[in-house]
Design a protein. Structure first.
Length: 522
């Protein structure tokens, strides 16, 4: 799996010093992802090179950016590190959830649902995925996107999951348990689940939480709970084989000519309307954006120059091009663009394309009928997700809460600190503004100085508002020789231990697990 010419990085923002265990080395392929995720191996095996040195980065070295970032001895690991009993044989009831939002908002909601079920000793009903209006009709649901059997199997040590609510017999008739509908508080605390929600569940046998996005606090003061979220997000949630195959085919084609970068070019109508960044567009386009804003978002007075100055406007394609050029990427760089339809037309793409002519997207690389019929639906979004995950460098141009870019930042961190470029839009705005005013001198150096302050996807402390789903360090990472005992990698046979626990639990409970009787009687 090693990339030709691979050698140690001599820098990176790590403060832990020596013992440079590299995360995932070199090119990560879908094969590796599949193996990692599907063997049920909760433990990540990474390659130890030993003896890496770390120092602060003083200049940008493109060759090094094409490799993974210095791990500082950390490796991803989401297996339990302390007592973790199997789900109890007797359930407290059934938990149904409806995950709203697009593919990525749903992804974190699914992780929250599994954790909520664990906290409540409940049986989880396979999460329902909302049909999203912006992305077009798409009623494929969980089965259409994810590998259901793998999901249930790989979480067997954590929660019981059923595909639908069971039927109960009452007065000689069979019918489905009826779940009590509840609208949970936003970012509810664990205690809400163990009190209010649990009480209703025990009364009714089942509850239905809807809508279910951001309904469980991200900062939970229990690292085992956070690791469960990582097991769901990075091991149990696997796209269906057909999506993995399509993504692999795209990655293979892009790789025939060497490494490639992916960019989430969030220069889309909804984003621009939301951000209120209008002035750069034609009067007609501004009308379109303003209308979309009125129809979809709360009214707010938004002044372009002010919005831009505080980093609230997504980078324009030209700014992305100038930024990459300043960093030292040349016009031979292959770039995969992940995005829906770009707003503003060719006028905005042309300056970017002239700097970086090798631009691709899923439809230009892969002429698949399946994709053609669903480019902007969940399938297109899932394929973009995988290609961005596997690319050598990833750059988001806007990162709002719980979206595509944030999940990818977190996922790439977990898969071995794969390089990300996170432009500090607020830091860059005055530099771009000066350039527009004709001040060209020192532009590139100023851009480099802003970029040098970012972490390039290495381990770093999570500071609010950074989300757990964007950065699961340190909970979901461990060290072989840690300074802090809580960071010590769990033993290699942790799966065996969990399996034995589960088996003995199953033997004792087999008499009880026959029916949903305990619930039906309530
Ligand atoms: C869940 O079950 C465990 C034992 O497996 C128990 O310690 C815990 O209190 C239970 N929690 C709830 C909310 O029932
Ligand atoms: C890339 O840039 C070089 C000069 O730096 C130029 O000669 C070449 O034509 C450019 N290639 C493309 C495809 O634009
Ligand atoms: C992909 O790129 C092609 C050619 O550059 C373009 O015509 C098409 O609109 C792009 N598709 C998407 C979904 O952006
Ligand atoms: C299962 O039952 C055996 C014998 O009754 C007991 O020793 C063991 O602790 C039980 N295991 C669990 C997980 O309850
Ligand atoms: C489940 O219930 C059926 C009928 O009630 C019974 O025949 C069977 O033995 C039970 N299975 C277990 C594992 O208890």
């Amino acid at each position: 799996m090693r990339r030709p010419g691979y050698h140690h990085r001599q820098h990176g923002k790590s403060t832990t010093g020596g013992g440079g265990v590299k995360g995932m080395v070199g090119r990560l392929s879908i094969g590796v992802v599949v193996i990692l995720i599907c063997t049920g191996s909760l433990l990540f095996t990474s390659t130890s090179n030993g003896g890496g040195r770390s120092a602060y980065r003083s200049e940008i070295n493109i060759e090094e950016l094409w490799r993974s970032t210095d791990s500082g001895g950390w490796r991803p690991s989401s297996a339990p590190r302390s007592e973790w009993p199997p789900p109890p044989s007797e359930t407290n009831g059934y938990l149904r959830v409806r995950c709203n939002g697009g593919l990525n908002q749903q992804r974190s909601a699914i992780c929250n649902a599994v954790l909520a079920a664990r906290i409540m000793n409940a049986t989880l009903v396979l999460p329902e995925l909302d049909v999203n209006s912006f992305w077009g009709r798409d009623d494929s649901g969980f089965h259409g996107i994810y590998d259901v059997e793998h999901f249930i199997q790989s979480l067997r040590f954590d929660v019981r999951i059923v595909e639908s609510l069971p039927e109960i017999r009452k007065n000689g008739k069979t019918k489905k348990i009826k779940a009590l509908q509840i609208n949970p508080p936003r970012d509810a605390e664990v205690s809400w689940y163990t009190t209010v929600a649990l009480e209703k569940m025990k009364q009714h046998g089942a509850i239905y939480l809807t809508p279910f996005s951001h309904r469980l606090s991200e900062e939970v003061d229990n690292p085992e709970y956070q690791r469960l979220r990582c097991r769901v997000n990075y091991h149990a949630l696997r796209f269906k084989p057909q999506i993995m195959k399509l993504s692999q085919s795209i990655v293979d084609k892009l790789r025939t000519q060497g490494h490639f970068m992916s960019i989430h070019l969030r220069f889309e109508m909804d984003m621009l309307a939301f951000a209120g960044c209008f002035d750069i567009f034609s009067p007609q386009q501004q009308k379109t954006l303003k209308k979309y804003r009125e129809e979809n978002f709360a009214p707010k007075k938004l002044v372009y120059s002010e919005r831009r100055a505080i980093g609230k406007c997504p980078l324009t394609p030209e700014e992305v091009g100038l930024l990459l050029r300043a960093m030292g990427f040349d016009n031979s760089t292959r770039i995969y663009l992940a995005a829906g339809e770009l707003f503003g037309g060719e006028k905005f793409m042309k300056p970017f394309r002239s700097l970086f002519p090798h631009l691709e997207n899923h439809s230009s690389v892969e002429h698949s009928e399946e994709l053609a019929g669903n480019t902007r639906g969940l399938l297109g979004s899932a394929v973009d997700y995988m290609v961005c995950l596997l690319s050598d460098i990833f750059m988001p141009t806007y990162d709002g809460p719980s979206n595509f870019a944030n999940n990818l930042l977190g996922h790439r961190l977990y898969y071995g600190f794969r390089t990300t470029l996170r432009p500090d839009r607020k830091g860059l705005a005055p530099i771009f503004i000066d350039r527009e005013k004709g001040k060209m001198a020192g532009f590139e150096e100023a851009v480099r100085q802003v970029m040098l302050k970012t972490n390039f996807g290495g381990p770093h402390k999570r500071v609010s508002p950074e989300s757990f789903y964007t950065n699961s360090w340190p909970e979901c990472f461990c060290q072989m020789s840690p300074q802090n005992l809580a960071d010590k990698c769990p033993p290699d046979n942790v799966l065996e231990i969990l399996n034995n626990q589960l088996e003995s639990e199953d033997l004792n409970s087999s008499a009880l697990s026959n029916s949903s009787g305990s619930v039906a009687e309530r």
